[in-house]
Design a protein around this ligand. Structure first.
Ligand SMILES: [Zn+2]
Length: 238
């Protein structure tokens, strides 16, 4: 889903490049840790991903991200230490760009219910909004803001949610509609990989007994100590 379009809101293109950079860094890390048997196909995967790095001259993209994309495309010429440092820098910048301008997640149960009710009124979300965990409410609010900025796109009624759920700790959001709507649903899924389900702060996938959840450090600790309390926080209205 590395689509760019000059008619889209600038931040949709910027977030797409950020997500693309993050995918490339994760492919490179899996190449570095690949077994001998995996090595060749991991290498092909990295080469494909790097070859696709955006060279969208007609789309306005921030110079920092564009520059990092250029440097990443040539990463295989760097010594390992310099390559690792470049990956860390790219991951930090790309996450910042992907998660920019996200609101705070609801801090009380009442606020969670109210903000989810507002999302339910959006024609492209409807009753699916009831399944949104507390920490991910801001992802959908950001999607709504970006759709509002899209003056030339499809009317809201032409967009709809087919399915929305958390799976393996991240968002799965199937939609029908115009290309921008597909792209924003994809970007919400990408954002969900870095947002704690309970509080919306920066998180990563936490694996306990094979069940994956995206959590910040504090809520990963709560999960270990009081799992019931954590699920109340994520979904309950109390
Ligand atoms: Zn958290």
């Amino acid at each position: 889903m590395w689509n760019f379009d000059p008619s889209w809101p600038a931040s949709a293109n910027e977030m797409t490049l950020a997500a693309q950079l993050l995918a490339c860094t994760s492919y490179i890390r899996s190449l570095w840790s690949a077994s001998d048997e995996e090595h060749q196909w991991r290498r092909d995967e990295v080469e494909d991903a790097l070859a696709q790095l955006a060279r969208q001259e007609e789309v306005a993209l921030p110079p920092t991200l564009r520059d990092l994309a250029r440097r990443l495309a040539n990463i295989q010429q760097l010594p390992r230490g310099a390559a690792e440092a470049l990956l860390l820098r790219i991951e930090e910048e790309a996450k910042r760009a992907l998660l920019a301008d996200l609101a705070e997640a609801p801090s009380t149960a009442k606020e969670y219910v109210d903000r989810r009710a507002s999302l339910e009124e959006l024609p492209w979300l409807g009753s699916h909004a009831r399944g949104i965990p507390r920490g991910w409410v801001p992802l959908f609010e950001k999607t709504a803001q970006l759709l509002q900025k899209d003056s030339r796109g499809a009317p809201d009624e032409a967009r709809q949610t087919e399915d929305l759920k958390e799976k393996y700790g991240t968002l799965r959001w199937d939609v029908l509609g115009d290309p921008l709507f597909y792209q924003l649903a994809f970007l919400a899924e990408e954002m969900s990989e870095h947002c704690c389900l309970a509080c919306g702060q920066r998180g990563r996938v936490d694996d306990a007994h094979g069940i994956l959840l995206t959590l910040c450090d504090e809520h990963a600790r709560l999960r270990a100590e009081a799992p019931r309390q954590l699920s109340d926080l994520m979904y309950e209205e109390k």
